[in-house]
Design a protein around this ligand. Sequence first.
Ligand code: P1T
Length: 380
Amino acid sequence: MRFETIAIHAGQAPDTTTGAVTVPVYQTSTFQQDGIGRPRGYEYSRTGNPTRAALETALAALENGRHGLAFASGVAATTAVLSLLKPGDHVVAGDDLYGGTYRLFERVYRPLGMEFNYPPTTDANAMADALRPETRLVWIETPTNPLLRIADIRRMAEAAHAAGAWLAVDNTFASPYLQRPLELGADLVVHSCTKYLGGHSDLVGGAVIVNDDELHRKLRFYQNAAGAVPGPWDCWLTLRGIKTLAVRMRAHERNARAVAEFLASHPVVERVHYPGLPDHPQHELARRQMSGFGGMISFELRGGFEMVERFVAGLRLFILAESLGGVESLVCYPPQMTHAAFPPSERRRRGIGDNLLRLSVGIEDPEDLVDDLRQALANL
Ligand code: P1T
């Protein structure tokens, strides 16, 4: 089956009892057992719930993986991956990544004895050179948040495996419609389902997808033992979002392309970061490992924070908010929002300047989006 069909049918077969075409919301905390030690398949909703099981089947199918696990947030999914490590273990993480992931690494796991370092995501040699005997995990986002840089998944997988480490890819920005890291050799795929998978800015959720049975066993144990699971309603909303992922992603991309081209031609815009532009430094790599360039853009204004503030205040359609991947267009100021967890020096070293803005381009009419940006830029 092809992606669009999988997105609608995997895990979402009609209910065997009633014929309900849509997976029911099993809003129950517990399940009757036929006798001691004789559950009917479900016992307690932290351990397993049929609506969550449907979502986990769908997530695995979308990523062309064997096992999907749903979590209460993207950060909870990242935490589950880190549960595979122990004190003394080392992680090589690409330098451009979500501020909350960096905060989790530095403020929660480093104090527990894990080591992290952050070579440039786009420099495969530097990433490989950073591997040590005690490296257990290579962590990359691609495209990255917020600079839309691209890492070579296949090369990263080879380097990680040669050093006896796993490769985890946070696939949130691409979505499985545009990129499937397991097919390129990754061991673990992580998602914030809050974003494109849910697609409507109405839930918080996360996922991990793996092929390896042993990794799955460990993660499944951790999911139940630590308990950061999504409730059935959020699973149901994510399932509903998934059904339209393909059509939404095509619309996001069409609009993002129009917006990126407009911004790139505007005199007040210093630089546009969008992998679909031919002058993006990893444009060819993006073309090879993704089937499209997605709906996220960041750009730098020719000016400082004051100009940024005036621009944002002048927008009428783009909503100033954290998050991304919903049908509505959002604008975010990474230095004080999504990437505020980075100390200012670390932020600048990573190329996140005070003039950087990030757009999550929605699926509104592209001319309306460009018009909004044009009028806001005209005021500068
Ligand atoms: O917010 P949560 O569902 O816990 O997901 C965390 C997360 C993980 N990975 C990436 C690449 C992300 O972008 C995020 C969350 N990011 C935002 C809220 C944001 O606006 O960038």
